[in-house]
Design a protein around this ligand. Structure first.
Ligand SMILES: [Zn+2]
Length: 178
């Protein structure tokens, strides 16, 4: 039976001491079982991974860059945005899993005999975390018109005209003494 190859994995055998760089290009549809296309990732997804290897640990810095297609929260116009995300993962080689006292929470234990690290899930998380909370258009004048109208509506009272009110009171004063 053929086992599905991981979409994004870092081969440990080929990893040199020091800094290694990897680049992957994928599509939302490649991440099976994840709803990345529904989330707005419709184009190419670029993944850059910096792997720093030392004697007993590997640190992976995942950088994702992708165009997302959304609709504006205000006027529902289509909006394309470039989304970038970063995630840092630290792996610690361990030979005896038994002495894991749960101390170092920030490290992920990695078996010394492992020949690769599958980061497909982590890349997917990074992409989902890079999604914007709010989407509004930046170059649609109609949308801006709508939102500025709204802010004027909140402040309907015109600013007091000092000159007029001063003249009015003077006028009243004159009438009083006439
Ligand atoms: Zn809009």
């Amino acid at each position: 039976m053929h086992k599905d190859k991981s979409l994004i994995e870092i081969g440990l055998g080929a990893l040199a001491e020091g800094t290694n760089e990897f680049n992957f290009t994928c599509k939302a549809a490649d991440f099976k079982g994840r709803q990345l296309a529904d989330a707005g990732f419709t184009g190419e997804i670029k993944v850059n991974v910096i792997a720093e290897k030392s004697d007993d640990e590997v640190t992976l810095t995942i950088n994702t860059s992708a165009m997302g297609d959304f609709t504006c929260d205000i006027c529902l116009a289509p909006v394309s945005k470039k989304l970038t995300g970063t995630l840092v993962l630290s792996y610690l080689f361990s030979e005896a899993p038994d002495d894991d006292d749960g101390g170092d929470e920030e490290y992920i234990r990695l078996d010394r005999s492992a020949d690769s690290i599958d980061i497909t899930g982590e890349v997917c998380e990074t992409l989902l975390l890079s999604l914007p909370m709010k989407v509004t258009c930046t170059d649609n004048p109609d949308c801006r018109l709508y939102s500025s109208k709204e802010s004027i509506g909140n402040n309907e009272e015109p600013p007091p005209d000092n000159v007029t009110s001063w003249q009015e009171s003077l006028e009243k004063l004159k009438n009083k003494y006439r």
